[in-house]
Design a protein around this ligand. Structure first.
Ligand SMILES: Nc1nc2c(c(=O)[nH]1)N[C@@H](CN(C=O)c1ccc(C(=O)N[C@@H](CCC(=O)O)C(=O)O)cc1)CN2
Ligand SMILES: NCC(=O)N[C@@H]1O[C@H](COP(=O)([O-])[O-])[C@@H](O)[C@H]1O
Length: 225
């Protein structure tokens, strides 16, 4: 094995995390890298579409601080008359590529990404279409795709339509929440649960499976080409 190959073999895996909110799942990833629950890995960029996302503060105050980026769709469109939502997605993808990720994790990223986002990442990454792009979604595969999945699951439970719900980490494809599941966990809904009770139960499981899925995918991944 050449020195450069050995270096690549041992190189830290570079994680980029996309967020839109509080970042409790980002925090789980930060903690997992710090404790080597995800071995030999480092979060090299936290990117948000919302300036006020507290997850950006989590990154900035992490030890050592994690580089952050921010670009809101509305801000981009106002600053770039004639540009489109797809142009925005391409701009986000280019920002992500600059961090040279081995994996991209959407952890509460609340913006539907176009196929162009994926194509720019695949074309710009040495890993090509093998670059893993994961998303955390608070529902079982095919159950409640899209936003407010947990609220819709709760309403379905109250209507007697479902007995349980779930959480998954899946690969990102253009069709929202339809990518191949990586980790899936069922979540019990108990009689008398409030929505807050269910949210707390789901969040606890989310914080575990986002680490499990990221570790699992990185373990299966070879060195960067
Ligand atoms: N191409 C894909 N993009 C995204 C996926 C995906 O699987 N494929 N997952 C979502 C995350 N997500 C659910 O897991 C999700 C997030 C947001 C929305 C949504 O309707 N967003 C609206 C804006 C809502 C808001 O700003 O509050 C929108 O993008 O117009 C649906 C699903 C992330 N992207
Ligand atoms: N459809 C995507 C979606 O609903 N994602 C949800 O956003 C939250 C982010 O929390 P966090 O900012 O505290 O990590 C999580 O509960 C996650 O399931």
């Amino acid at each position: 094995m050449s020195t450069s190959q050995a270096a690549r073999e041992g190189a830290e895996k570079r994680i980029v995390v996309l967020i839109s909110g509080s970042g409790t799942n980002l925090q789980a990833l930060i903690d997992a890298c710090a404790s080597s629950s995800i071995p030999n890995a480092r979060i090299v960029l936290v990117f948000s579409n919302r300036k006020a996302a507290y997850g950006l503060e989590r990154a900035r105050t992490s030890q050592p601080p994690i580089p952050t980026g921010y670009l809101a769709l509305v801000t981009y469109l106002k600053a770039n008359p004639g540009k489109t939502r797809v142009d925005y997605d391409v701009a986000v993808a280019k920002s992500v590529l600059e961090a040279k990720p081995d994996i991209v994790v959407l952890a509460g990223w609340m913006h539907i990404l176009s196929a162009e986002f994926l194509e720019v990442l695949y074309e710009g990454s040495p890993r090509g279409r093998d670059l893993p792009i994961l998303n955390l979604h608070p529902a079982l595969p095919g159950a409640f795709d899209g936003a407010n999945a947990l609220g819709r699951a709760y309403d379905a439970f109250k209507a007697g339509e479902i007995k349980n719900t779930g959480v998954m980490v899946h690969r990102v494809v253009p069709e929202v929440d339809r990518g191949e599941p990586v980790v899936v966990r069922e979540v019990e809904i108990k009689e008398g649960d409030s929505l807050e009770d269910l949210e707390a139960r789901v969040h606890e499981i989310e914080h575990r499976i986002i680490v499990e899925a990221t570790r699992q995918v990185l373990e299966q991944q070879g060195p960067a080409p």
